[in-house]
Design a protein around this ligand. Structure first.
Ligand code: ATP
Length: 381
């Protein structure tokens, strides 16, 4: 195998690639309240990067600092090697798309998209050509004469996107870009947004509180809480290798079993669960003393449920009774009460149409839960 790895689609892994946007020790205080607390961040050219977190965690404040709409209390921001911390918003190579879209109601679609170019004194012919190109890209060519109130929510979102992109910013900042759309349209528009971003190669930074949206859209996600980054990584890394219980629970569902370390052999720890008669072995690269408190995290879809016990090397097994079953069409979720009284969630895809054959166990059945050590993660905090 070659030891020269191609990091062209994952530039954050390449130490020779310079970040396009660099946020260095940014703090923002409002009076005595710290909204953004000493954050460092590197975003690479062409990324679709998401800031994800619950309401009030500081993500919009950070986006507004990047846009130049908010001044940081301390720290610096660079774009393309230039320190832009003191640069006013209108001189920055960025554009922002607001959650409300902020379209001018008295202007038609083409006038809305053309507005910024006109203000910059771009020649009329070029404006017509660039607006036309943008409307084609967002698939609204036939809508140029309509006013915003004659459009659906999804169409308004695309006009706002065209208006933000027509000025060819190096970076587009999007504050909850799909929040005004219903679930179906939001899902459809996520793919549209990805297509347009890929086609233009513009770096997108998206603020969202919707973890599914962040997972679908992003090259990488920074999960924020109380003004700080808890973990930054690609969606699969956050989901499969969370750093801590906060991330494991915030991204998707998880079963957490409290335990402690017994022994370590290289990177393989033997763990005892506190409330279950089960020892398991899990790989973990960081040092933990014997007896350290830990948590074993297992995703509900990684657990197999059966009505008979299974034996196998490296197979972890717990017994319980089915407490509840939730049918959600594509999946069934089994809530299993173990002998310790804990509830463990297991999801199972519903592959066949007949409900009778989908159920692998019924209410109050005794069942066995199995997972392999490789499908569980050891968390120390
Ligand atoms: P949401 O998803 O609800 O928009 P957010 O993560 O984007 O939340 P921010 O808007 O960045 O959160 O706000 C972070 C914190 O800073 C909040 O507690 C908010 O009340 C506070 N805050 C934001 N702007 C100001 C301001 N101008 N003055 C005082 N406090 C502010």
């Amino acid at each position: 195998m070659s030891d020269t790895l191609d990091h062209s689609d994952r530039p954050w892994l390449d130490p020779d690639t310079a970040p396009f946007i660099k946020v260095d020790g940014i703090t923002k205080k409002f009076g005595g309240f710290t909204a953004v607390d000493q954050v460092d961040l590197e975003i690479f050219r062409g990324e679709l990067f998401s800031l994800l977190g619950a309401s009030g965690c500081g993500k919009t404040t950070l986006l507004r600092i990047l846009a130049g709409l908010e001044t940081p209390t301390s720290g610096k921001v660079w774009i393309d090697g230039v320190d832009i911390t003191q640069l006013p918003a209108y001189e920055r190579p960025v554009n922002m798309m607001f959650q409300s879209y902020a379209l001018f109601p008295h202007m038609n679609v083409a006038q809305n998209v053309a507005y910024g170019l006109k203000r910059d004194g771009i020649p009329k012919e070029e404006i017509v050509q660039r607006v036309g190109q943008m409307l084609t890209m967002v698939e609204l060519s036939g809508f140029s004469k309509r006013k915003p109130h004659q459009l659906s929510g999804g169409e308004r979102q695309r006009v706002a996107l065209a208006r933000a992109l027509v000025k060819r910013p190096k970076v587009l900042l999007l504050d909850e870009p799909l929040a005004a759309l219903d679930k179906r349209l939001r899902e459809q528009t996520q793919f549209e947004l990805m297509r347009i971003q890929e086609q233009l190669g513009v770096t997108f930074i998206v603020v969202t509180h919707d973890q599914e949206e962040a997972m679908t859209l992003s090259t990488r996600i920074a999960v924020m809480n109380e003004g700080r980054f808890i973990q930054i990584g690609p969606p699969t890394e956050l989901y499969e290798n969370p750093d801590n219980r906060f991330i494991a629970s915030f991204i998707g569902s998880v079963n957490l079993f409290a335990g402690h370390t017994l022994t370590r052999n290289n990177d393989l720890y033997t763990i005892a669960l506190n409330k279950h008669d089960l020892q398991c072995q899990i790989e973990h690269t960081q040092h933990l003393d014997n007896g350290s408190p830990i948590w074993v995290a297992v995703r509900p879809e990684k657990i197999t449920l059966s009505t008979t016990p299974l034996a196998g090397e490296g197979l972890n097994q717990l017994m319980g009774t089915v407490d509840d079953i939730a049918y959600t069409g594509n999946l069934s979720t089994y809530r299993v009460k173990t002998q310790s009284g804990d509830i463990v969630e297991v999801t199972h895809p519903n592959q066949s149409r007949s409900r009778g054959s989908q159920l692998i166990a019924d209410w109050d059945d005794t069942v066995y839960l199995h997972w392999t050590s490789a499908d569980s993660v050891l968390l120390s905090e």
